[in-house]
Design a protein around this ligand. Structure first.
Ligand SMILES: Nc1nc2c(ncn2[C@@H]2O[C@H](COP(=O)(O)OP(=O)(O)OP(=O)(O)O)[C@@H](O)[C@H]2O)c(=O)[nH]1
Ligand SMILES: [Mg+2]
Length: 373
């Protein structure tokens, strides 16, 4: 079956956000998560006209939320002028279809929203290919007549699919395209690995952390660069590596990387693995944390989880609490084995101490080699 999907932006989405507190999740955690979902919605060009949180023992298998709330939403959506419902969790293809058919409106989930933002922001060839691959992997199990019908009908967020403006696809062609994209990425990867080899003798530092933590701002401070920074989610999608001038014989190379977020679609983590290799090959990770946020501990844990997923959990790391200017009373958390430093990348606070720490750490292997001779 050949199907046609039109990818284009329909009128701006007016979204109602839905969060579900189930298992051990507290209502408070869900509402913090919904605030982030609202930021993601704005980042994708939509607006938020309402939100609802439901507490249940476990998600409903057909609708994710309870049938009562589905009926309530059916009345509520026209009243609010909403044309889209966004769920904070991953919906199964069947749940998404059932909800769209019952609510007669577009229904999307957090992963598709994140994929959409990545698709809008991807500029370089590797980033575009990686996002496209993740979108196709996500799309494949959802490629049913109903899904296509709805995405075609509603357009906008979640329908900004891979490839050209008009695309003829069926399952087999999607699979072929996935194979093709993987081959192109592997080729780019071999070019990257030549660059990486050149840096083998250098001390490699990678900045990692939650999106918007200030990684690129810190990167610019450390390497006197001018990469893009913005108060926006997912500004950086590519790794950039530059040397840090040290005034010492040691050579340090710093890499800025893509940010993480709660419930990052695993297809994205998977397809960004080659970009994130900078992280796995680093001698030291600087795990940057925005200490002006309310859920610092959870963000640290989320980042550790993604690092585990990409196989970088064994790389030594230093916690960097950034934006201390915005929360001067902040005290580092206890219980993490890594040491920590408190800085403000924007106000150049604590940067000299961080540089000194990097230089000291980069010289440790040299000192060890010297004493062995
Ligand atoms: N107050 C304050 N704001 C900062 C500081 N460092 C960065 N910011 C701001 O935080 C926002 C995000 O900074 P980025 O450097 O783009 O963050 P990032 O971690 O690279 O974000 P992504 O690339 O989107 O993952 C920008 O508006 C920065 O100006 C800081 O030390 N203090
Ligand atoms: Mg950045």
């Amino acid at each position: 079956m050949a199907v046609v999907i039109e990818y284009g932006r329909a009128e701006t989405e007016k979204a109602v956000l839905i969060g579900l507190a189930y298992d051990s999740r507290r209502r408070q955690d869900v509402s913090t998560s919904l605030e982030e979902l609202a930021r993601l919605t704005y980042s994708a060009g939509g607006s938020v006209v309402g939100q609802r949180t439901q507490v249940r023992r476990k998600p409903n298998s057909a609708y994710f939320i309870g049938r009562g709330l589905v009926d309530e939403l059916k009345d509520m959506l026209p009243e609010l002028g909403a044309n889209c419902v966004i769920f904070d969790d991953t919906l199964s293809p069947a749940q998404q279809r059932n909800l769209e058919q019952t609510l007669e409106t577009k229904v999307i989930d957090r992963p598709i929203l994140i994929l959409d933002i990545f698709a809008t922001r991807a500029r370089t060839r590797p980033a575009r290919l990686q996002v496209e691959l993740a979108q196709l992997e996500y799309l494949l199990p959802r490629l049913t007549g109903a899904w296509i019908h709805f995405s075609r009908q509603y357009g906008g967020i979640g329908a900004k699919g891979p490839g050209e403006t008009q695309l003829e696809i069926d399952r087999r062609r999607v699979r072929d395209k996935i194979v093709h994209l993987k081959a192109r990425l592997a080729k780019l990867d071999s070019q990257r690995s030549t660059q990486r080899k050149r840096r083998q003798a250098m001390f490699k530092v990678a900045l990692v952390g939650y999106t918007n933590a200030g990684k690129s701002t810190l990167f610019n401070r450390l390497t006197q660069s001018d990469v893009s920074t913005a108060d926006m989610l997912f500004t950086t999608l590519d790794s950039t590596s530059r040397a840090m001038s040290t005034g010492h014989p040691c050579q340090i190379v710093v890499s800025d990387t893509v940010g993480f977020i709660k419930k990052l679609p695993h297809q994205l983590v998977e397809s960004f693995k080659s970009t994130l290799e900078e992280v796995c090959l680093a001698d030291l990770l600087l795990q940057v944390i925005d200490c002006s946020q309310p859920d610092v501990e959870e963000r640290i844990a989320q980042t550790r989880q993604v690092l585990t997923e990409i196989g970088a959990d064994k790389v030594p790391y230093l916690l960097i609490y950034n934006k201390i200017d915005a929360n001067p009373g902040f005290l580092p958390l206890l219980g993490y084995e890594a040491s920590s430093l408190t800085v403000s990348a924007a106000c150049d606070q604590g940067i000299a101490a961080l540089k000194a720490e990097l230089i000291a750490r980069s010289q440790r292997p040299l000192q060890a080699a010297d004493s062995a001779n």
